[in-house]
Design a protein around this ligand. Sequence first.
Ligand SMILES: [Zn+2]
Length: 472
Amino acid sequence: MARGKSRWICQECGFQASAFLGRCTDCGSWNSLVEEKVQEDSFVQRRLSIATSAKAVNALAGPILLNKVNASDADRMSTGISGLDEVLGGGLVPGSVVLLAGDPGIGKSTLLLQVAKAISLNEKVLYVSGEESAAQVQLRAKRLDIDSEFLYVDAEQNISSIYERITGDPARLVILDSIQSVYHPEITSAPGSVSQVRECAQALVNAAKSNNIATIIVGHVNKEGSIAGPRVLEHMVDVVLQFEGDRTRQLRIIRAGKNRFGSTSEIAIFSMDESGLTEVDNPSAIFLGERLSQPGRQAPSGTAVIAGGERNRTLLLEVQALVTTTSNPAPRRVANGWDYNRLLQIIAVLEKKTGLFMGRSDVYVNVVGGLEFEDPSGDLGISTAIATSLLDRSIDPGLVIIGEVGLTGEIRPVAHLETKLKEAARLGFTRAIVPDGKNLPGSGKLKVTGVQSLADVLALVMPGASLKPNAS
Ligand SMILES: [Zn+2]
């Protein structure tokens, strides 16, 4: 056993301290520091790099002229799933390391067995399972109808043995399921801890780079939504794929959170059943219903399309609102997939600034698709949906509405507007209403209109509607 001293390591970001801290000074997480034994210097890394250095020297005999470097897209391997290839930027790059992150049980192993099936048609694939026995993997493979001569399964958790098997007879693709289940025998902390995850991932990266093996590492996501083990892992790999889903509807989404070989704006949407994951050809059809399948038809009253999400997670969704008269002295306000207090605020601003009275109406709002929508850029679309339901007016179905609504009815700028518009253009939308600004980004055939107030928007989408600000 190597002599090591004790360190407190943040399990979120990998920050090290010599004593316990209640709050990580680096990433600000509370109670994230855990005591781990670490080696004086990176003893393990040194040992592994000695093992790989001979091969690495052979592979890279000195500097190479840049224009003689042999790198082309033709080297990329297709995963057999075109949406996944697109998210990867054109397929798997040999020698690259991909992290596939997602909730436990969401279907990561199923997806990877499907990839293994496609590539093992004519190339050797090694599937290392630290979570399941070889028999369990075989059962799963049978369900997916996999019967390949080039697919090897290894139920192993010791990274030293895994490393030796990977480098002993290199495969074209190595899959490790999962990084939290493997351990390095030289490190005393538990599997899944920062030290373990870091050293095990380093061994896999070394093996991948020195033998030009495409490698996919599975990483489970913890309840806070970050990859358990740490952000250090994200820095070590070339590509981070996020695998998310909505269990009730069997929908799965893959997006790239980081990609050294392509953009991060692509997403792939799958539906999941017993035979595995099937790509959804037109994901907008699922989230946007029939809106896009019948161009030219007016959208029903009370609906609007909003765009939201972070930089790498843009998604367009339909919102529906129903405003209906009630004799109940305390009208109902119901929000599904949207914050309830935010709904109350939107109704108040609508009443005050556009004169639409809802004091004797129930108001229901639903974000279609069962997803929880948290981006305030959905305010404007939801306001529009409520107004069109109340006035029973329909609006242009090719219109996407983006903007945050302030308390004075002003339209506030939103984050990542350009990405949202790009996604709208990609899905075939023709018009967008966005917060007014100096340089409105245009995107393809999308006609972008900037607006300053909620009343402007309603006048724009429902010409002729009578709107009078409420003086009360
Ligand atoms: Zn931290």
